[in-house]
Design a protein around this ligand. Sequence first.
Ligand code: IPM
Ligand code: MG
Length: 360
Amino acid sequence: MRQHQIVLLPGDGIGPEITSVTKKLLEAVSQKHGFQLVLQEQLFGGKAIQSEGSPLPPKTLKACQESDAVLLAAIGDPIFDDLPREKRPETGLLELRAGLNLFANLRPVKVWPALVEASSLKPNVIKDVDLLVVRELTGGIYFGQPKGKVFTEDGARAFNTMTYSEKEIERIAKVAFKVAEKRRRKVCSVDKANVLDVSQLWRDQVEVIAKNHQTIELSHLYVDNAAMQLVKEPSQFDVILTSNLFGDILSDEAAMLTGSIGMLPSASLSEKGPGLFEPVHGSAPDIAGMDKANPIAMVLSAAMMLKIGLNEKEAGEALEQAVEKVLNIGYRTCDFREESSTQLGCSQMGSKILEALLDS
Ligand code: IPM
Ligand code: MG
């Protein structure tokens, strides 16, 4: 029987609740499709700070590096905000991305027919939205040197560096062009080349790579205009290619087109080696432990893991179809405020998805 080694990182806040739902679904779908998932849980984020003193203990990183794929729920809690930066949960996430060389972050944003009324935008604006943000994930201002804080006569000054090399731009641009080939063949590269030198290099290098992908329609937008276009006419986008910081911001904005950030999965990939699959949302400490969280983003992240990370396409699609069925019936978690829907808690939502999966 085919066997895949998975590291599960439940993390903080709502993480353990959505993980427990996803675990049951993964067990069911693997059984149904004739393969075995060996799930191994590891400490990560705030939980790891509390018990190991570090957000990414060496043991966790090693297990991830040796796995076939990593599935992460969410990390972070305001109780860690006063710790030095290197001890915060978010730093653990950046170290994990760097440690697995996950330079390509794919964040698909698709409006589900059952949810067109749930968005804060009008249905006719969002009904055809099906876009993919390809965000560079291990470079740019998140990792650029020099960075730090100095004390001057005029007071403190802090700085970070936004930097990209041609090679870094080339490898992420290639990913965007490649995925666009399987979609609507359009890439919109987003930068701030009217102001930033680093963005001018980005734009020039994307143009160079585009020469080898003549069948793809390439356009460029400045990031401020891209932010505006995303709410004005989001259906114009197919693949959005952008840098680490701009991708962070635009992917949250794009997420809201779907009505809730609780719906959005993501995949972070390297050239070879295990990928990391995680919801776009955070750990929502305000509702942690209350059985209110929406588990769907994590379930869809697990589906991405099956399809992209483990080559178990049918199983991944089965999970997605089960989610769609449940949404079509009108079941919702409390992040949606539609009057006609039936409100469920996190674990009940999981049971409904499981029923739909076993029923298919
Ligand atoms: C994301 C998150 C992270 C990021 C944080 C938690 C470090 O916002 O994955 O979008 O900024 O990349
Ligand atoms: Mg973000």
